[in-house]
Design a protein around this ligand. Structure first.
Ligand code: G3H
Ligand code: 13P
Ligand code: ZN
Length: 326
């Protein structure tokens, strides 16, 4: 991509003000991943209708899938669409799990208002050095940066971690001071994907490590904390998927009460991807089963998009508390 653009020209905002308000207000900003038109339309519709600030985020895989230039214009279109709906919600375009200085730089240069540099798999000093380098570049353009300490289990792009490593609270102050990050993702027991916990028959989902979160909060008063891997893995969708030919046994996520508790704390950004994927898959399968002769993608993707709007409204209103905060 040759031409560079600043995010302010696309109508986007960085996370600074959003996070200050969310930390003070005891709610969290939703960060929804998108890869295609219908997902983005649903996010915009639901957030405009619930008057919620929103972070639309793109993984490295999404950039490869959808094309980076296309994503830039889609984000610009998302802001315009919200405005045409009569909504002034702040919209941030964020890189999810950037794994190199180069990808972060490319996003800063191409209209992203926020980037994550995920050096969580690196030794501490290397994570500090890489994150600091990204912060120095991004801040020149007032792009905000999210770093990560501690490793989440599950798959992130091509990186698979079998076991999670909880964030060490004794490292957080030093990391934030040395790197200058604007927010910090921590590992307190969530994981990526639809299989977050391996439960035996009759076993309940274990509680997140709120003790670690509280310890981090104590050491970084008022500092924005981010929670990844925060899908609830809505069982209604898992059942629909299994009912209509899918096979997703043992899929389980983070209960909503735990997310509500996190949102009321210093956690001011909650990442949700898998729940959206489940909603889309469940509704496409259901639609296809009921209409075997249908071959117009607008029909089955339209059904999926409609469900996604309902899901996102529910998250904003009943889980994150971001509804009405725009
Ligand atoms: O954290 C990972 C996100 O859910 C993005 O997933 O890398 O498959 O696009 P992806
Ligand atoms: P889920 O897989 O729980 O939706 O997590 C998404 C995420 O953390 C994206 O960065
Ligand atoms: Zn993540």
């Amino acid at each position: 991509m040759g031409d560079t653009v600043h995010y302010s020209d696309l109508g986007l905002v960085n996370t600074r003000e959003m996070f200050t308000k969310a930390v003070g207000g005891g709610y969290a900003i939703p960060a929804y991943n998108f890869n295609n038109l219908e997902q983005l339309q649903a996010i915009v519709t639901a957030c405009a209708e619930t008057s919620s600030p929103v972070i639309i985020q793109v993984s490295k895989g999404a950039r490869e899938y959808a094309n980076a230039t296309m994503l830039r214009y889609m984000a610009m279109g998302a802001v315009k669409m919200a405005r045409e709906m009569g909504s002034q919600i702040p919209v941030c375009l964020h890189l999810d799990h950037g794994d190199s200085f180069e990808i972060c730089k490319s996003c800063v240069d191409n209209g992203f208002s926020s980037v994550m540099i995920d050096g969580s798999h690196l030794p501490y000093d290397e994570n500090v050095a890489l994150t600091k380098r990204v912060v120095e570049y991004a801040h020149r353009f007032d792009v905000t940066v999210e770093g990560e300490l501690g490793v989440l289990a599950g798959i992130e792009d091509d990186v698979q971690a079998e076991e999670s490593t909880y964030t060490k609270p004794e490292e957080v102050e030093d990391f934030v001071k040395k790197t200058g990050v604007d927010s910090l993702a921590i590992s307190i027991g969530t994981s990526h994907g639809a299989y977050k916990f391996k439960l035996q028959e009759g076993e309940e989902v274990p509680p997140l490590r709120f003790d670690i979160l509280e310890e981090c909060q104590k050491r970084l008063p008022g500092f924005p904390i981010v929670l990844h891997g925060a899908s609830s893995v809505v069982q209604e969708y898992v059942q629909l998927i299994n009912q209509y030919g899918g096979k997703m046994e043992g899929a389980v996520g983070v209960p909503e009460e735990q997310l509500r508790r996190a949102a009321a704390s210093a956690v001011c950004k909650i990442n949700i991807d898998s729940d959206g994927r489940l909603a889309v898959t469940a509704k496409v399968r259901e639609y296809m089963a009921a209409h075997p002769g249908e071959f117009d993608p607008r029909k089955y993707l339209g059904a999926a998009r409609k469900e996604l709007v309902e899901l996102i409204k529910h998250k904003n209103e009943a889980v994150l508390g971001s509804a009405g905060k725009a």
